[in-house]
Ligand binder design. Structure first.
Ligand code: CTP
Length: 396
């Protein structure tokens, strides 16, 4: 989604300026055209040559230099930008912007652009918490600027506190969210489930499965990037980058069922990528089971079939993890669970199995149409599924 987008990356004079190189690099790798603008003090922390080498574009450091060397007028970047991102942003640049100042190339660009502006502050914790800084931030937020909250941790002053530049993933996640705001899922509410449930045997052990949650996360972030309001109900919470996604952590199939039932009330679509357990221990021991006996049997009872049981006026999408008779089995599940679409995959294929970053799926709809997709990344699969969801939401 970043391909061919012009990102104007403003860099200001913070010790975190070196992290702008990582942001520029990841954006460039994702296909974005990155135009860096550095304030004078930023050039004391990293050199323009670093950003020029990474982005492949001249770096603007002064209005005068730009007018002469690159012979474009000083608002050209403001007009070319799909989004302006200031990372790191000092208290000083925030104050200048709040005051409507246009005294260098970066403030001029921000003042002149119609593109959304994202600000990722990085500063000492006392400066960040200073009422003047807070007031400036509130002023800019009210004018539509998007802030990426700084993180907590080690600061350049040697102290620990809030003020560290948000990590690259979070900054880029925010850029995607902002760029996708008017996408084809704008104003749609999508509920996604991810990961394998854990059914407790005792306080230590559980019955689980090999689901990594990657497919569900890919669907959730793809839906976010297309403008949807996304709720992700997941057993896996360690996967990165969930900016703007409402993440609900659950453990068991029962908990997942409750969360799904609550979430679908006002949803437009439910996409069940989770591997919910089919059985759970009949009872959960209150204390840790000791290895006193020579053998141990655990009685299992069925869990609720979440997808089959959840009803309402929304698009229902299920997955079918199969190891044989893939299409026939998937079609049976589609019918039994009253689905609009089912995504069938062959779990015996190592490129598509649990934990892989790729998947090879067949999308089957309730009219019997079968769409066989080649091997692709889980993110690409997610977008293919969402293409179909968009079609269904339009009544197609
Ligand atoms: N599913 C569910 N609740 C369960 C089990 C599965 O909602 N207790 C959902 C899964 O999230 C998936 C779909 O049902 O979207 C199919 O899951 P799958 O494990 O392939 O099939 P099952 O219905 O569990 O049938 P079987 O294990 O016998 O193949």
């Amino acid at each position: 989604m970043l391909a061919n987008k012009t990102v104007v990356l403003g860099v200001t004079g913070s010790i975190a300026a070196y992290k702008a190189a990582d942001i520029a690099s990841k954006l460039t790798q994702a296909g974005a055209r990155v135009e860096a603008v550095m304030t004078d003090s930023a050039t004391r922390f990293i050199t323009p040559l670093t950003l020029r080498s990474i982005t492949g574009h001249p770096v603007v450091t002064s209005m005068w230099e730009m007018a002469s060397e690159f012979s474009i007028e000083h608002v050209a970047l403001a007009e070319a930008a799909d989004v302006v991102v200031i990372a790191p942003a000092t208290a000083n640049i925030i104050a200048h912007l709040a005051g409507g100042m246009a005294d260098d190339m970066l403030t001029c660009t921000v003042l002149a652009t119609k593109a959304p502006v994202i600000i990722a502050p990085a500063m000492n914790d006392n400066m960040f918490n200073n009422p003047v800084t807070r007031e400036n931030i509130e002023k800019l937020k009210a004018r539509g600027f998007v802030f990426v909250a700084p993180g907590y941790g080690h600061l350049a002053s040697g102290k620990t506190g809030v003020g560290r530049l948000a990590d690259t993933e979070t900054v880029i996640g925010t850029i995607k969210q902002v760029l996708g705001k008017n996408g084809d899922l704008m104003d749609k509410r999508i509920v996604v489930t991810a990961g394998g449930t854990r059914e407790p045997i005792d306080p230590v052990r559980y019955i689980g499965n090999r689901s990594s949650g990657k497919m569900g996360y890919a669907v959730a972030s793809a839906a976010r990037d297309r403008g949807a309001e996304v709720k992700l109900i997941t057993t896996v919470t360690c996967l990165p980058e969930t900016v703007g996604i409402d993440v609900v952590a659950v453990d068991t199939a029962d908990e997942m069922e409750q969360a799904v039932k609550g979430a679908v009330k006002d949803a437009d679509a439910l996409i069940m990528a989770a591997a919910a357990a089919d059985y759970k221990p009949e009872t959960t021991a209150e204390s840790k089971i000791k290895k006193d006996s020579a053998s141990l049997s655990i009685g299992l009872v069925k869990t609720p079939d979440i997808l089959a049981g959840v009803k309402g006026n929304f698009i229902k999408v299920g997955f079918a993890a199969e190891s044989e008779d893939i299409i026939v089995n998937a079609q049976k599940k589609l019918q039994a669970k009253g689905l609009d679409l089912i995504i069938a995959n062959d779990i015996t294929d190592k490129d598509c199995g649990f934990g892989a970053d790729t998947n090879k799926v067949t999308i089957i709809d309730k009219n019997g149409k079968i769409e066989d997709l080649p091997l692709m990344s889980k993110r690409e699969v997610a977008d293919k599924i969402l293409d179909r969801v968009v079609g269904l939401l339009k009544g197609g």
